[in-house]
Write a protein that binds this ligand. Structure first.
Ligand SMILES: NC(=O)C1=CN([C@@H]2O[C@H](COP(=O)(O)OP(=O)(O)OC[C@H]3O[C@@H](n4cnc5c(N)ncnc54)[C@H](O)[C@@H]3O)[C@@H](O)[C@H]2O)C=CC1
Ligand SMILES: O=C([O-])CC(=O)C(=O)O
Length: 268
């Protein structure tokens, strides 16, 4: 839906953490003219972000668009309801869509529209175009992050401590994007985004490396298909607020939001 200028677009942000707080601050500063933050929704008290913190229901009453930057459970539990209310939804926790039931519910919902942010990675435009030309025969991503950011609740204490204390790079996961984003739900949404773009979560081969020297988070993507051969290495500075997340992600979210509200900037 393209909204005329002068008609403010009201945005509720779910998740007032590293991404969400930054998005709210940028919107309050007028980064996207005519797009105003009206509420933040979070399971914990997020302090004063300059917009009211509301429960989801109350926030939806006021919003034209919801920006999700909280976690996969929000998409699983609330995305369809949001879309069924005619509210557009920008998804950061893309890994939720690797669950076929969640993906089906989201696809079936509306009239609100959903879009995914490219988040921490790029090159998705060409990969999407390439996959449309013909099947991809190889899609791989190797993600390298600081070890402590990869500790998961399902790890036992000894494994978690070993991971935190590693002094050399160590592979902590190798498998497909569906498993990757289930096991590392706050660290490998990018793998799911690749799966979504090429139309097959199981085709994306994911390696996750814990490297104590990874001052920059690295996502090295390689893909091949009828359309050509692609390789890009993205190295992002981790967010100071949450080093699991790349610092660039709020800016990617804002870029996606501009496109969603019909005000794309530059390259689309
Ligand atoms: N697509 C991408 O490239 C990326 C996606 N992400 C996704 O964005 C999410 C947020 O990232 P950050 O802001 O760095 O995390 P964060 O941990 O700094 O903030 C998340 C906030 O969401 C809140 N929250 C969590 N579950 C909630 C729920 N069910 N309802 C309401 N609030 C809830 C938390 O209390 C927290 O304040 C990640 O968990 C991940 O799923 C993160 C980085 C990159
Ligand atoms: O921010 C990043 O580099 C990637 C990330 O956490 C995710 O995909 O969930």
């Amino acid at each position: 839906m393209t909204r005329p200028y002068g008609d403010p677009v009201r945005v509720a942000v779910i998740g007032g953490g590293a991404i969400g707080a930054s998005v709210v601050a940028a919107l309050r500063e007028g980064r996207l003219p005519g797009v105003v933050p009206v509420a933040v929704v979070d399971g914990r008290s997020v302090g004063d972000l300059g917009v009211p913190q509301l429960r989801l229901e109350a926030a939806l009453d006021q919003a034209d668009v919801v920006v999700e930057c909280a976690g996969q459970s929000v998409i699983a539990q609330s995305a369809a309801d949001i879309l069924n209310r005619g509210i557009d939804l920008l998804i950061s926790s893309v890994g939720a869509l690797a669950d076929p039931e969640v993906a089906a519910a989201v696809r079936a919902a509306g009239p609100g529209r959903f879009v995914l942010t490219a988040g921490a990675i790029g090159g998705l435009d060409i990969l999407s175009s390439a996959a449309a030309q013909g099947p991809m025969t190889r899609v791989e991503v190797t993600t390298t992050k600081l070890p402590a950011t990869l500790v998961q609740p399902w790890m036992d204490d000894a494994d978690a401590e070993r991971l935190r204390a590693t002094t050399a790079p160590v592979e902590v996961f190798h498998g497909n994007a569906r498993e990757a984003t289930r096991m590392f739900p706050r660290s490998l949404n990018v793998a799911a985004t690749l799966g979504w773009v090429v139309g097959d979560f199981d085709k994306v081969d994911v390696r996750l490396i814990a490297d104590p020297a990874a001052d920059l988070t690295c996502h090295h993507v390689r893909a091949e298909g009828e359309a050509g051969r692609y390789s890009f290495e993205i190295r992002n500075l981790p967010s100071a607020e949450n080093p699991r997340t790349s610092g660039v992600v709020p800016h990617a979210v804002l870029r996606s939001l501009a496109a969603l509200v019909g005000r794309p900037t530059g390259v689309v």
